[in-house]
Design a binder for this molecule. Sequence first.
Ligand code: C2O
Ligand code: CU
Length: 541
Amino acid sequence: GEVLYYDFVVKETPIQMLCGTNQTVLTVNGLFPGPEIHAHKGDTIYVNVTNTGPYGVTIHWHGVRQIRYPWSDGPEYITQCPIPTNSSFLQKIILTEEEGTLWWHAHSDWTRATIHGPIIILPVNGTNYPYKFDEQHTIVISEWYARDTKDIIDEALATGGDPDLSVAYTINGQPGDSYSCSNDSTYNLTAVQGKTYLLRIIHSGLNEEMFFGIADHNITVVGMDGAYLKPLNTKYLMITPGQTMDVLVTANQTPGRYYMVFSPFVDTNAPSNDNVTRGIFQYTGTYNQSETPVLPELPGLTNKSDAGNFTIQLRSLNSAEHPSTVPTNITRNITITVSVNQQPCPANQTCNGPDGSMHSASLNNISFSAPSISILQAYYNNLQGVYNKTFPDTPPFVFDYTGNVSALGEAANVTTEVLMINHNEEVEIRFQGTNLGAAENHPMHLHGYSFYVVGMGDGNFSDSYVSQYNTVDPPFVNTVGLPKNGWTAIRFKADNPGVWFMHCHLERHASWGMDTVIVVKDGPNDDQKVLPPPDDVPPCS
Ligand code: C2O
Ligand code: CU
């Protein structure tokens, strides 16, 4: 592959949205969404990240496996400390098998709301896409907040209450004409009748899953999370924060204007922002331009079954050029419950969580507490007292999602536990959604790997489901939506040594502690060990 260079300057940028006054947000290079990285499979990219903002930030390359090189992965206090104001960190993005659409985003506080952008990975020169199209467009769906997102989460964590909701969704930075005062800020895709468009959809929103569709047009999903899928023809898709989907749409309708719409899927009783954002799929040609575009029919706000019905149809391409290699000899089997909890309010404090408690969230009833030195640094240098190696392989209590679970440890243990995994283990993780707190769908994301989603269903996991797993062509992804009160089983081979964050990609849940760290140990050979650190890793004080 080639070696490419990019310069990213994190800076305060005034942006005007929804007829408001200029709002100062952090961006990369003054752009919202941020600059697009273009590469080919197998390239190496150096990004010189300079932070000129008022506080420390980090940048993560979401879905890039970074083989043996966690040093550039980016989650704060996991693989590095934040890049301080007025300093730089030269990050190295090592592309290997990834091909398709990924993205990058800030991985500190809630700064990723405005610090994010696409990573487009084309096939190696001389090789082909496994599908045909005429033109490609990137579509980034983001959430826009009324005020500084770091303030929002800092205040919410201090009182244990619910963080503010976003005030608008945007398509490539434009809220669209469903919001008042935003008519002239609507994303338009110019379509020529007969042509086929590849849309690279990136969900960089913080807190809500989305349905997407285009009026009167079918879409064909052909890729996800930087890997190809068997073409799936559908009227709508459901995409979670963290996921990317490549879809084809052919302009095969009467020339006109058709709305393309993202609308939220919120599988919970929690208050929700039920706005939608829409762009226009606009044909060239002569027709009545002043007619209102047609709207697509999308599943409703709480339509869990339509969300699930879409997701379970996804299959990896599994062709000769792009084979699936699903581990079938599992040597490590882990079950992880995924819960929203309540912590008791500390004495002498007023808390704004449910019934005067504090919101929290957990994996196996452990609410992750980030250390002040990065776990990678502590691991590599053998520093003691930063984390414990005792994240359990099984939940601490018997769990029944249908039962009365209020007595089953609604408060979680707030600690820093990591899950130790031997090199080259064939790992299965069964995520079990619970009914603690407000149950909902959780997009679980793993750094350093993509994994095969071999099974998914409602209710409690049962061993009898193992024989029904798809080990032939399951989707190969980095983020999977764990269904509300349901389960998901994933498999991967632990062939990438390092310190890898695993968390829910709903930002409020991650902030409440729905995170853990997987440490994959070095293998015996020299080419199976974590590479040495670069010398400009931001220091931890
Ligand atoms: Cu997209 Cu840990 O992140
Ligand atoms: Cu979650």
